[in-house]
Design a protein around this ligand. Structure first.
Ligand code: G16
Length: 545
């Protein structure tokens, strides 16, 4: 019989999961028993179940392998007997979600800090996904946190370190560990949704050229297999394809700031027809065409408007959802298609109930996340394949597709300004300062903008009726423009203030404006309301997307 040890520990006060699990510096996770405390808090908070199977995998960042060995010992000591683990400890977040669903496991542990940098001095993260494949909802994460604050001991089995690199099954007493190819099941799922024959035809013949930047993160093996090996894109179409523990020293964050080389390439004569990038754990995506960057909000709207062209969605979609700060572009598509459209707080977990209840088929966020009911996470490569399928089917360029969409629906000009690593006290004061203005803002005019509503977003889940309050401050204007302020729930240093600005433009002759110019007045107004520059002395945002 395998020995189970009870290990004394001391609680940490800071294990509150954020927007997507617990994210901290690696050094924090390396403190004595820090990871073990959190893992035990998860297992101790789950309802008893006969299902003893877990999926485990991560984005391959520094500490991924060590963490898996620690987790396995604690999981076994807590009664889990069956494990499905990606080879090398690797699984993209959407692939992990798929495996949980496909093999009907109790849930899974995903190790990632997403788009945050990796390495001994950078970030690590862990989150628990439930049996629907989605991130644990708030009632779970609240319970994990509550347990972690009073934990005094955890259990750990005398299990030897497991070989994570060889595919196959390992049996140790009654424990069964399956090391699987991380890509196989996911590639099969993608084949079931998209027209791979058509894609292969246009991609392998060179009719549709592409570049995918895996940013030295988890999508390297997935994109290489699907785009190059299966669909025939020439070698070199997938770049930075080897996952590295430190992502080559970069932020694996697919946006105009961190995937700059790719973005720059798309505005040169050498640009391929299509380009995309994904993040550390493979759930985010950035879409570019020759001479155009597609905002994530527009991408969601265009995907919804063209879903009938894609085999997996051709029979119709039940509804759409977007996070509150995402632009209202998809709302216009839903209105035209007479589909329900939901507005949720930031965090993919809020889409889970809507997807499970089939109230929506497609959903997305401004933070470079798009997905559907095929898994319960956003899915970077899925979005890439969706776009490729639309392009192949319409035989149009990305730019044509976007321009025609704007002509039909108008353009929601959009930008997000992030101020990162702001001192927490200053950030909290800014939010209080904003809150204090809400009551008096209504009906006030600022230049051409008159405030229609000013409030703090609160969400009541239409399925389980749970309420999530304080989900961002919204100032909406009579012409449909909006300014939104939120503190990020995924940063690991100080606080990040996000300012989201959008404005609707119906006039097609004004569609090709630079968003920073088109939104300049609203951006100035945002400063007037929140005083971030004044209060921090900063002169510009850290990142503009
Ligand atoms: C996570 C969540 C997303 C959220 C994003 C940004 O993404 O899953 O739903 O939009 O964080 O959140 P925040 O604005 O609070 O930083 P990821 O890709 O980091 O897992």
């Amino acid at each position: 019989m395998m020995q189970i040890n009870t290990i004394q520990t001391q609680a940490y006060a800071d294990q509150k999961p954020g927007t997507s699990g617990l994210r901290k510096k690696v050094k924090a996770f390396q403190q004595a028993h820090y990871l073990a405390n959190f893992v035990q808090s998860i297992f101790s908070s789950l309802d008893a179940s006969d299902n003893k199977t877990l999926v485990i995998g991560g984005d391959g960042r520094y500490f991924n392998r060590d963490a898996i060995q620690i987790i396995l010992k604690i999981a076994v000591a807590n009664g889990f007997t069956d494990f499905i683990i990606g080879q090398g400890g690797l699984l993209s977040t959407p692939a992990a979600s798929h495996l949980i669903r496909k093999y009907k496991t109790l849930g899974g542990l995903i190790l990632s800090a997403s788009h945050n940098p990796g390495g001994p001095d950078e970030d690590f993260g862990i989150k628990y996904n439930i049996s629907n494949g989605g991130p644990a909802p708030e009632q779970y994460t609240d319970a994990f946190f509550a347990y972690s604050k009073t934990i005094t001991e955890y259990k750990s089995a005398d299990l030897p370190d497991i070989d994570l690199d060889n595919i196959g099954e390992q049996q140790i007493e009654n424990i069964n560990i399956r090391i699987i190819d991380p890509v196989d099941d996911y590639a099969e799922l993608m084949r079931s949704l998209f027209d791979f024959n058509l894609l292969k035809q246009v991609i392998s013949s060179g009719k549709l050229t592409l570049r995918f930047d895996a940013m030295h993160a988890i999508t390297g093996p997935y994109a290489t297999r699907i785009l190059q090996d299966i669909l025939g894109a020439p070698a070199g179409s997938v770049i930075n394809e080897i996952p590295l523990e430190d992502f080559g020293g970069h932020h694996p964050d697919p946006n105009l700031a961190h995937a700059k080389e790719l973005a720059d390439l798309m505005f040169t004569p050498d640009a391929p027809d299509f380009a995309a990038a994904s993040d550390g754990d493979g759930d985010r995506n950035m879409i570019l065409g020759s001479n155009i960057f597609v905002t994530p909000s527009d991408s969601l709207a265009i995907i919804a408007a063209n879903a009938h062209l894609v085999p997996g969605y051709a029979s119709g979609i039940s509804g759409v959802a977007r996070s509150m700060p995402t632009s209202q572009a998809v709302d216009r598509v839903a209105a035209k298609m007479q589909l329900p459209c939901f507005e949720t707080p930031t965090g993919w977990k809020f889409f889970g109930n809507l997807l499970d209840a089939d109230k929506i088929t497609l959903c997305g966020e401004e933070s470079f996340g798009t997905g559907s009911n095929h898994v319960r996470e956003k899915d970077g490569l899925w979005a890439v394949l969706f776009w490729l399928n639309i392009i192949a089917k319409k035989s149009q360029s990305v730019q044509q597709i976007v321009n025609e969409h704007w002509q039909e629906y108008g353009r929601d000009i959009y930008s997000r300004h992030d101020y990162e690593a702001v001192e927490s006290d200053i950030a909290n004061d800014i939010m209080d300062h904003l809150r204090n203005q809400l009551a008096t803002l209504k009906a006030q005019s600022f230049g051409v903008y008159t405030v229609k509503y000013a409030d703090e977003f609160s969400y009541t889940d239409p399925v389980d009726h749970s309420v999530s309050a304080q989900q961002g401050i919204r100032i909406g204007f009579e012409d449909g423009s909006r300014i939104i302020f939120r503190l990020s729930g995924t940063g690991t240093v100080g606080a990040t203030l996000r300012i989201y600005v959008e404005k609707y433009e119906a006039d097609a002759s004004k569609h090709n404006q630079d968003p920073q110019n088109a939104l300049a007045e609203l951006i100035d107004l945002a400063e007037q309301f929140c005083e971030i520059k004044k209060r921090t002395g900063r002169i510009e945002p850290t990142v503009i997307t």
